[in-house]
Design a protein around this ligand. Sequence first.
Ligand code: KIV
Length: 520
Amino acid sequence: MTTANNSGDKIYIFDTTLRDGEQSAGIAFTMDEKVEIARQLAKLNVDIIEAGFPATSPGDREAISAIAREVKGPVIAGLARAVMADIDHAYEAVRGAESPRIHVFLSSSDIHLAQQLRKNREDVIEMARAAVAHAKKYVSDVEFSPMDATRSDREFLHQIVQAAIEEGATTVNIPDTVGYAIPHEFEDLIRSIAENVPNIDRARISVHCQNDLGMATANSLAGILGGARQVEGTINGIGERAGNAALEEVVMAIHTRPDFMHVRTDVNTREFYAASQLVERYSGMTLQPHKAIVGKNAFRHSSGIHQDGILKMRETYEIMDPRVIGIPEGNSIVLTKVSGSHAVKSRLADLGVEPTDAEFKRIFDAFKDVADAKDEVDDRDLMAILAEQTQISVQDAWTLDLVQVSSSDHGAPTASVRLVDSEGQPRMDAAIGTGPVDAIYRAINRALGLENELIEFSVKSVTEGIDAQGEVTIRIRTDGGIYQGRASDTDILVAAGRAYVHAVNRSIAAAQRAEAVSSR
Ligand code: KIV
């Protein structure tokens, strides 16, 4: 059950999608993409956006400055090593922000000190002091992170945190840099800082957990229980190696379990889905279907027992309301071989079909045969079963006979289409759009005199290589119903056009079936 959570201490949400997230192998956001993601993060109402690591490149600096100038609301942070030139760059990049922050990091574990920094503990404490003091000359909001904190000697960790606060750090972040911590141990570590660092009341404790052992979300929550009041993470959990804590998971856990966590966030959770889609698209990191909160299957039910429960009362098998995450309403019941009669009947009803008991028995038996041979029985399969088992048969109303697109980096994409009806009568039209797919869909709508809302569009490669088949899946909303269309072709624009006509045919067929049933 999704429960509104307005009580308890506030947890500050620090998003590092654009910094640690971009550190994932294979991700390089363009400047425009970074600004767009930052705007979406502002809509999500995160408290801090770590916009990048300014010393790494002039391009990063430019993008951070653009975000600092243009994105209002959250604090804008820039990362810096404990090196004066890095801190200068960080200040230059974030200085235009409404609320700028400099985030300084320096290793604290013995292994990093010996192998990487080649310095002793005393020198490292002095470096931390000098770096924080230097950042403090520029901004009042300074965060300090002792890198590899979870493998550092506890007493030394307490000392370095204390020194950073003495120099003016207002947030002390405890990173599990290599994803090594176990939740109980991490909670205890954070509590030890809260209880043993004498000046800790002058700073907020933050946690930053990597996911190498799959425990980033669990460790972040354990950190909160230990006393942390800021959590760092990324959208979809992207980041170095196995990634960072996924913010949608941490925030939804806080939101869903206020009875246990006793804290709150100011995040506008309804923007999570849009943020996730945007980051998936620009990062090229495709989400696994079972990804918690935002994966395609996160709110889809396949087993008969679960479907029966969901159809009776959603809360029987859903602990969150997908609308609270901003997931567009769709069909959450997936028909597979483990589905029961209740779900099949309900899907038929959605399609406007109410068979008699005798008809339904035949339909359900045929459904089980098809489901044995396929992963998922979709509406098209159901229509075929229906046509076979009853007198209600509906032919495809339209076939896409030709699609031609002209598109360039200047000027609006234009599409012309020719469709033919079941008697071979053609209809042609053309349209311009914001992109080639939009142009095709507008041309089809003009040719058929339709208005549909496209609510989902996805493309995946179903074979490999330069001649790969692209499979396009779409969903449209029309006349109160949601219809899926799917098609594949080596040309994804052709596949996109056919998938759209497929969905349109289904909506027409559903209307015809409803009419046929009501006139029986
Ligand atoms: O993982 C890590 O230690 C970091 C710090 C810079 C916070 O990313």
